[in-house]
Design a protein around this ligand. Structure first.
Ligand code: C2E
Ligand code: MG
Ligand code: MG
Length: 669
């Protein structure tokens, strides 16, 4: 989902914004170029016209001079023309080597600076100084301001105004004469008036206006797509529930912060902030109130977060925070205050929070991955580590902040491995039944056994139940395993019966997860009857904690099981919160004293008293007593003296494969 969003932005940039801007810039460059080209074109057009007029004029004088002139008397012919020359005009005669023979009004062309090569005009620089040239430019600028005034309201057809000179440059033009050796030059001004400039501008504008329309349209398009892009980015980074920043923003901004070169401090903490029982809150106060609460949390966090920090909602009532801290202790202190303050944001409603944190050692990370640092900054992974740490919080123990460590990761990985392989393992009969004998402490006879599962994995070897039963209890697979074990016990008992062996009661564990099934008793019955085993030879062990669920259902199921003829035992009695009341109400035949009764030295005397009383209580309720985890001779003697019926412990035997158990039963039963 997140990757998809990222790709969408990229695609959006690639497909619309960047090409639109590039196209617009290209078009703008072309237009500017075009404007200059047009202005230049019309300017050249005007100048061409003027120059042609100059040449025509010069040609006119040339024709007068050359007409009827005989070789030798050219000077007198030229002299006679002086009275016809205009005020600004002049005629100059040079010999073969351009030495001046005569200039009618005294000005002379400068042959060294043939400036305007395009028109072969000789600028009359002798007549001008730099100041004059500057003045012409100034007058050109004045013309602009006048032009603006005219366009603003004055009559554009004002002939006087339009005929005002803007540029008046004097040029010498070589006059074509048919006399060898002489060169004749004619001086005349090239005049640009305001009308010429107006012509250039108006014609250029006429061509440009239709061209500018698409440019303006394109501009509007670019502006609107940039606005749309902004809106899209805002939406892309907005959390739909809180209106604050969303998870995508958290990841991207988090990476940006951590990848900064100049960053103060070496540690950052990724926090998984979780509100407890959000679902229940919504149930009580409604979904809308739930969303308001999340928005309040978001607003509260906004005030707590620094510039170089970021936070966002992950899902439901889970928030991710990236906090700056010099040490874990400092971060934990800050979090403690934050969690406490958060509990008070809803007046009159009790809410609670917990947090898991993962510490990022930036210095070490940067040292290890100089080149690919950004790749290593997998904030989402860090957040999941923090989440994994939070999930190990034991609320009952008053804990509400937990730091991630390697062990948590190992446990998580193990959990996944177990979950990935459990189905196949069940199918491939990797789960095997082991039996731990129960002995009578007085006669030392084998009088029963408990079926305990062992996972014989081809890759991991033998895995003890403690490593997978809690995982199965969490994911529900335990009911499948229990079925498998109950069937294994039934098959074993049926086999023994068939072989005429001495009947021994075998107990098997039934996890509390099974007690949600309404038809549990008939289900167990069917499993066992499939092999034809005697019901009386099978004991079902239910852990003490199962007795804290819905008593009525439990009572119903246990009564049904009892009705089918099975023996029932309460396992691990004394390990949790014992409810003596349950003993009175539930039809249990056997009480299994947890091994915790027999651990610990200081409390030995007091422990003995408790065990003695527990046995007495069970006896009064017509129950048999099994002591679990007995390893020492003194314990056996003590239990024998106190009329404990059976002992299950390493003192007599550890859980063993069925073949070994059969041999032992032959010997000890
Ligand atoms: P549990 O049902 O209370 O089983 C007794 C546990 O105590 C067994 O551990 C057994 O090996 C151990 N034990 C017996 N005597 C001694 C002793 O003298 N010293 C010590 N240190 N331990 C002793 P195990 O086999 O590791 O099983 C642990 C728990 O896993 C069982 O406790 C039971 O709750 C569960 N479990 C085992 N197999 C199954 C099964 O097939 N289904 C279900 N639902 N749970 C099972
Ligand atoms: Mg048991
Ligand atoms: Mg037990």
């Amino acid at each position: 989902m997140k990757r998809q969003k990222k790709q969408d932005i990229k695609r959006f940039y690639k497909k619309s914004i960047i090409p639109a801007i590039l196209l617009f810039l290209m078009f703008l460059v072309i237009c500017v170029y075009f404007v200059f080209a047009l202005l230049f074109f019309f300017e050249q057009y005007i100048i061409d016209q003027k120059v042609t007029a100059i040449y025509d004029e010069a040609e006119y004088w040339g024709n007068i001079i050359t007409a009827d002139v005989k070789e030798g008397d050219i000077l007198s012919r030229v002299n006679s023309l002086e009275k016809y020359l205009g005020e600004e005009n002049d005629i100059c005669i040079t010999d073969e080597s351009n030495n001046i023979l005569k200039s009618l009004k005294g000005t002379v062309p400068n042959f060294d600076s043939l400036r305007d090569t395009h028109y072969m005009l000789y600028p009359d620089v002798n007549n001008k100084n730099e100041g004059e040239i500057l003045n012409e430019y100034l007058s050109f600028r004045r013309m602009w301001s006048q032009l603006k005034e005219v366009l603003a309201g004055e009559d554009v057809n004002d002939k006087d105004w339009l005929s005002q000179t803007i540029i008046s440059d004097f040029y010498w033009v070589e006059i074509p004469v048919e006399l060898d050796g002489y060169h004749l030059y004619y001086k005349t001004p090239l005049i640009l008036v305001k009308r010429d400039i107006l012509f250039i501008l108006s014609v250029s504008a006429e061509v440009m206006i239709p061209l500018m329309v698409p440019v303006i349209l394109l501009m509007i398009n670019v502006v609107s797509s940039v606005r749309m892009q902004r809106r899209m980015i805002k939406l892309l980074y907005m959390d739909s529930v809180t209106g604050g920043k969303n998870w995508l923003y958290f990841i991207q901004q988090g990476k940006r912060i951590l990848a900064k070169r100049r960053i103060t401090g070496n540690f950052y903490e990724v926090v998984n902030l979780h509100m407890n029982r959000y679902q229940e809150y919504c149930l009580c106060y409604g979904n809308e109130a739930g969303e308001v609460l999340l928005t309040d949390i978001d607003t509260f966090l906004q005030k707590q977060i620094g510039k170089q920090e970021v936070f966002a909602r992950f899902s439901k009532a889970d928030f991710g925070l990236l906090l700056q801290a010099d040490s874990v202790e400092q971060c934990e202190k800050r979090l403690e205050k934050l969690l406490t303050d958060l509990t008070a944001i809803q007046e009159g409603r009790t809410i609670a929070f917990q947090a898991g944190l993962y510490q990022i050692d930036l210095k070490a990370l940067k040292k290890e991955n100089k080149k690919h640092l950004k790749m290593q900054l997998d904030i989402e992974r860090f957040f999941h580590y923090a989440n994994a740490a939070r999930l190990t919080i034991h609320e009952k123990e008053g804990q509400f902040i937990k730091l991630f460590d390697e062990q948590i990761l190992q446990e998580q990985m193990w959990k996944h491995k177990v979950e990935d392989t459990m189905e196949a393992a069940l199918h491939n009969h990797e789960f095997q039944m082991y039996l731990q004998p129960k002995y009578n402490p007085v006669s030392n006879k084998l009088v029963g056994a408990e079926a305990l599962v062992r996972w014989i994995s081809p890759t991991e070897g033998m895995i003890p139940p403690g490593r997978f039963i809690p995982i199965f209890e969490e994911n529900g697979f335990i009911t499948r395993l229990d079925d498998y074990m109950i069937a294994a016990v039934a098959k074993f008992q049926a086999e023994r019966k068939k072989q005429g062996k001495k009947p021994i009661i075998i107990s098997v564990n039934v996890s509390r997860a099974n007690f949600t099934k309404d038809n549990l008793s008939s289900h167990i019955c069917q499993l066992i009857d499939k092999y034809g085993a005697e019901h009386s030879g099978i004991e079902l062990e239910v852990t003490e904690s199962a007795f804290f669920g819905d008593k009525r259902i439990l009572q119903k199921i246990l009564s049904e099981l009892k009705g089918y003829g099975f023996r029932l035992s309460m396992d691990d009695f004394g390990a949790g919160y014992s409810s003596l009341n349950s003993l009175k109400e539930l039809p249990v035949d056997v009480l299994k004293l947890d091994m915790e009764f027999f651990r610990g030295k200081d409390t030995e005397k007091r422990g003995e008293i408790v065990v003695k009383e527990a046995i007495r209580l069970a006896k009064n309720l017509d129950m048999e007593v099994v002591a679990e985890g007995i390893e020492k001779k003194e314990q056996v003697e003590f239990l024998a003296a106190n009329e404990c019926d059976m002992i299950q412990g390493y003192y007599f035997a550890k859980p063993m494969p069925v073949e070994e158990f059969d041999e032992r039963a032959e010997r000890d039963a």
